[in-house]
Design a protein around this ligand. Structure first.
Ligand SMILES: O=P(O)(O)OC[C@H]1O[C@H](O)[C@H](O)[C@@H](O)[C@@H]1O
Length: 452
């Protein structure tokens, strides 16, 4: 298979900017990139993702594959417990590479991968437990901090059901922990119970952790090629380290989005034309949202699945407030071949399409949308993947991570922290009377009384 690099096309965005604006950003963008390389960026304790792909050894990847084989042998269902960065990357890759109906068509060749620990839905959890009862299931418990409420709750339930259903000894073999080296409940339990465990490096933040065991183990369990995924990322790492500004797609992306933002485009809408990329949208939203949305600044990352959402959000995108720009993930080649059917009666008048590849129709929908949105005042950036496979997804992941680090530096924020996420947690713990939160509990109750 010929391997290419994914491409970035910014022409339909640059035409909304002053002439030479992108070129004029070279110095600033290169400096923002260099700050990552030199470790002088804000948040420089969290730069472990930068050279992660090239540093993963065959031995390390083999160990992950061996653990995945054990889980695949011993389980027909694997529940991945995690939230945010401990969840979205794995789901994004598994859904992008998998059959859209995997859970219905699966004849046992791969375990079904389910996700939990990403909400506090009582019904969700009750229905999940009811489904798992009587099944040969295993659990991958993922939490960098080891203290996240949603994940800890799911793990309590899953662990006890697993021990009950499969016995303590088997449970020890089919529960794997991915967490901090020393801190947190997930680590303590794993060490005490003797679970196989992996460490999330201190210097890799959750939303940049998909190429650590956080993403790699669930992806390998689902039966996908993690060597190829990592190779794609490593090739993009190499490209980005060497390419001059005009050809450096991560730098170009960072520069263009900052220019658009400065010009009043406050919302970036990530769009795909492949339903399998839905969770890639979700992963990207966390990556860019948590990295840039702070100090009262930052592009709001929104996302849509086309053509589905053209029938719900299309009106807004075409004619709503002109504060958006669009970034489209475009896939050049589909994996299957299916043609538009002919119909004798032609009641829908669509026989002019009969015999055409469905992908060709989708492509024209994509081009038609781009022309319409650009005409409607929406700058358009295109990211082109030759096909949806592990190699190009690896490239895409690293491209987005690096683009994000550079972009956050250009914006002038610390792209690697997320202090704002604590605010809701603090209130929730105060409302639930967590020990140690006595003063906060009293204050919040007083406040609610006054506001009632
Ligand atoms: O992996 P964990 O420590 O459980 O964290 C899971 C997620 O929750 C947090 O609240 C953060 O905002 C995210 O950045 C993180 O990815």
């Amino acid at each position: 298979m010929k391997m290419e690099m994914i491409k970035l096309d910014i022409r339909k965005a640059a035409c909304f900017l002053a002439e030479g604006a992108v070129e004029g950003m070279e110095k600033q963008t290169k400096a923002a990139h260099k700050a990552l390389e030199d470790g002088t960026s804000k948040g420089s304790d969290f730069l472990g993702w930068l050279h992660l792909p090239s540093s993963l050894t065959p031995e390390f990847l083999q160990d992950i594959k061996t653990t995945a084989d054990t889980l695949r042998r011993e389980c027909d269902t694997i529940v991945v417990a995690g939230i945010g960065g401990s969840y979205l990357g794995a789901r994004a890759v598994i859904e992008a590479l998998g059959n859209s109906f995997a859970w219905l068509t699966n004849k046992g060749e791969n375990p079904n991968i389910l996700f939990a620990g990403n909400n506090i839905g009582e019904d969700y959890l009750a229905e999940l437990l009811a489904y798992l009862k009587g099944r040969r299931f295993g659990v991958i418990n993922i939490s960098k901090s080891g203290t996240t409420t949603e994940t800890a709750l799911a793990f309590r339930l899953l662990r006890s059901l697993c021990e009950e259903e499969r016995g303590k000894e088997t449970a020890r073999r089919v529960i794997v922990a991915i967490t901090d080296a020393k801190k947190g409940a997930a680590r303590t339990t794993a060490d005490k119970e003797g679970y196989k465990s992996y460490v999330i490096p201190d210097n890799v933040g959750g939303r940049f952790s998909v190429l650590t065991p956080v993403g790699l183990l669930p992806i390998a369990c689902a039966g996908f090629d993690i060597d190829l995924l990592v190779k794609g990322a490593a090739d993009m790492e190499k490209h980005a380290a060497e390419a001059p500004y005009a050809e450096n797609i991560a730098e170009q992306y960072a520069a263009v989005r900052n220019l658009l933002y400065a010009g009043g485009k406050k919302i970036e809408v990530l769009a795909n034309f492949q339903p399998k990329l839905h969770f890639m949208n979700e992963w990207w939203k966390q990556l860019y949202g948590e990295s840039e949305g702070k100090e009262l600044k930052g592009i709001f990352p929104a996302a849509v699945d086309f053509t589905t959402d053209l029938h719900s959000m299309g009106q807004w995108l075409q004619e709503g407030e002109r504060t958006i720009f669009e970034t489209v993930i475009s896939v050049e080649q589909s994996e299957h071949e299916l043609r538009f059917p002919h119909d004798e009666e032609n009641l829908d008048g669509l026989n002019f399409l009969a015999g055409k590849r469905i992908d060709e129709v989708n492509r024209m929908a994509e081009l038609g949308t781009q022309i319409a949105h650009v005409d409607g005042g929406v700058p358009n950036i295109r990211i082109v993947l030759p096909r949806l496979d592990a190699y190009y997804l690896g490239q895409l992941i690293y491209f987005f991570e690096l683009g994000c680090g550079i972009s956050g530096n250009v914006l002038g924020v610390n792209p690697f922290n997320q202090p704002g996420v604590e605010a809701y947690k603090k209130n929730m713990f105060a409302l639930l009377s967590k020990p140690g939160y006595e003063a906060e509990s009293e204050a919040i109750r007083e406040r609610l009384k006054k506001e009632a």
